[in-house]
Design a protein around this ligand. Structure first.
Ligand code: ATP
Ligand code: MG
Length: 158
């Protein structure tokens, strides 16, 4: 169905507010108000966002911020979720989208997960005609970006 992506992002973030507060993490939102209808399977995009946001929370320290941004690039929306967490070493940055890959077994042992979340997110975003990538500085933070085609009206542009 066609869903306004900005409104949808707010709803997803609202559900994470309590978990974030427990870790004293602020969820900043820079979400464009321009109508941005995406033809999508809502449950699948929830799965994508749940994983990216839970990763950001899981790999951040107490008191950090997470900033979610929605902007437009041509006929795509571009969403980014930026954290100030432990970051990902350069040599691992392409591999995090592989099934079962987790950075550094030692740190992975202390933080739960199977290493499937981002592999599934990549498949789902690509199935919706978008792309997903990472920018990270080890020790400083991680930003996950993804794009999706959008239209300014429900059902596509005239
Ligand atoms: P799952 O999502 O299946 O519960 P997971 O979170 O370990 O497990 P992915 O979400 O696929 O798996 O992420 C793969 C790996 O990428 C993680 O194990 C972690 O090492 C690294 N990673 C992902 N997101 C971040 C982030 N925001 N900051 C630091 N490292 C991250
Ligand atoms: Mg995960």
């Amino acid at each position: 169905q066609w869903i306004d992506f900005g409104q949808f992002l707010h709803e997803v973030l609202d559900r994470f507010e309590i978990i974030a507060q427990e870790k004293n993490i602020e969820l900043n939102r820079h979400i464009s108000k321009k109508p941005s209808y995406v033809e999508m399977d809502q449950d699948k995009l929830i799965q994508v966002l749940d994983n990216i946001i839970s990763n950001a929370l899981k790999y951040s320290a107490e008191g950090a911020n997470i900033t979610t941004t929605l902007l437009h690039q041509g006929n795509h929306v571009r969403v980014s979720i930026a954290d100030q967490g432990m970051g990902i070493p350069r040599e691992s940055q392409l591999k995090i989208f592989d099934r079962f890959y987790r950075v550094d077994r030692a740190r992975a042992r202390n933080i739960g997960g199977t290493g499937l979340g981002l592999a599934i997110a990549k498949e789902l975003v690509q199935a919706h005609g978008g792309d997903i990538w990472v920018h990270s500085e080890y020790g400083e933070g991680t930003t996950i970006y993804f794009t999706l085609p959008y239209s300014t009206s429900k059902g596509g542009d005239m």
